[in-house]
Design a protein around this ligand. Structure first.
Ligand code: PEP
Length: 243
């Protein structure tokens, strides 16, 4: 069984004062039986050095260094103390025009810097309603995951775009169908694909976490809004520990 992972994506939220939330989380889950990852804004990564949790960036550039004002390389994230990085989050794909090919190149850059990549994929509402979800997932899996991926350096996050930050959650059957499909594709392509972790993301809360974690091939969650406050993230971690 892949080791479970509760990942929090703070997006463009968080000042130094908010690091107190991590202290509260540490008091409750410092010796959790699952992996806990926090992806704060890059400005806070080095300030997280004392936390027992894994720390990740939210994006990285394809290059190691160079004339790319405002960008951050995977090597810089690692140097600041990160061990993970999100790649291909739907907000990056939408706001910055990131394609599958760019996501694959960023993910390779993450591997080269020794980071674990959490590669995000998921269909839009129009794709879901048009019945093309699994085709979209296949295209994203084929295009976004480098050949060098394995269960140690890669986590897949299935995040339906229409469920992110909306309070709308797919049915358990819909989550189960996509996760089983992803597992099938990973197992066919990678020798350790059965061990590669697959997270669900999109409006996960304390109130729905346990039922989502009961679905086969859901190895954890990528959580946005509910990861900002320890009181909201803690019940999700507990549900994962109990799953
Ligand atoms: C996300 O941004 O990855 C996410 C899942 O957000 P939320 O939990 O707020 O839907």
């Amino acid at each position: 069984m892949p080791r479970k992972l509760a990942a929090g994506n703070w997006k463009m939220n968080g000042l130094r004062a908010n690091l107190a939330e991590l202290e509260t989380l540490e008091a409750r889950h410092g010796d959790a039986g699952v992996d806990i990852l926090i992806c704060p804004p890059a400005t806070l990564i080095s300030a997280c050095e004392d936390t027992p949790f894994d720390i990740g960036g939210q994006d990285c550039h394809v290059s190691e260094s160079g004339a790319h004002t405002g960008d951050i390389s995977a090597e810089m994230l690692a140097d600041a103390g990160a061990s993970y990085v999100l790649t291909g989050h739907s907000e990056r794909r939408a706001d910055h025009g990131e394609t599958d090919a760019m996501v694959a190149t960023k993910t390779q850059a993450a591997y080269d810097a020794g980071l674990i990549a959490v590669i995000c994929i998921g269909e839009t509402l129009a794709e879901r309603e048009g019945g093309t979800t699994l085709t979209v997932i296949d295209t994203q899996l084929n295009g976004s995951i480098p050949e060098a991926a394995n269960a140690e350096n890669t986590v897949i996050a299935y995040e339906p775009v229409w469920a992110i930050g909306t309070g709308k959650v797919p049915t358990l059957e819909q989550i189960g169908e996509v996760h089983a499909h992803i597992r099938d594709r990973l197992t066919n392509r990678f020798s350790d694909g059965s061990e590669m972790r697959i997270l669900y993301g999109g409006s996960v809360k304390g109130s729905n976490a346990a039922e989502i974690f009961s679905v086969a091939h859901v190895d954890g969650a990528l959580v946005g809004g509910a990861s900002l406050k320890a009181d909201d993230f803690s019940p999700i971690i507990t549900a994962l520990e109990n799953s």
